[in-house]
Design a protein around this ligand. Structure first.
Ligand code: SF4
Ligand code: SF4
Length: 92
């Protein structure tokens, strides 16, 4: 199991979520952030930090965003080797 970032994250300028993650699971591109399903330990710390309510456990993702489970895995597979980890809150 892992936590998943879904559509409400698109365009988010606040990255409150990344600061609380004990495993540095978050990766980002121009669109949104994604959680590494391999590194996430299901602690749930990030969920209440997201003002957009974009984060769900993968067992509880709303049906309309079900594709985001695979999208998080696919994008992390690209972004991780590219060094696109996000660990500090963006202030822009
Ligand atoms: S706080 Fe929520 S919406 Fe903002 S970057 Fe993090 S997951 Fe995305
Ligand atoms: S559930 Fe915990 S380990 Fe997983 S991304 Fe959120 S804060 Fe990080």
């Amino acid at each position: 199991m892992a936590y998943v970032v879904t559509e409400p994250c698109v365009g988010c300028k606040y990255t409150d979520c990344v600061v609380v993650c004990p495993c540095e699971c978050f990766y980002g591109d121009d669109r949104q952030l994604y959680i590494d399903p391999g590194d996430c330990i299901d602690c749930g710390a990030c969920l209440p930090e997201c003002p957009a309510e974009a984060i769900f456990p993968d067992t509880d993702v709303p049906a309309r965003w079900a594709g985001y489970v695979q999208l998080n895995a696919d994008r992390v597979a690209v972004l991780k080797p590219a060094g696109m980890r996000v660990t500090e809150k963006r202030t822009a």
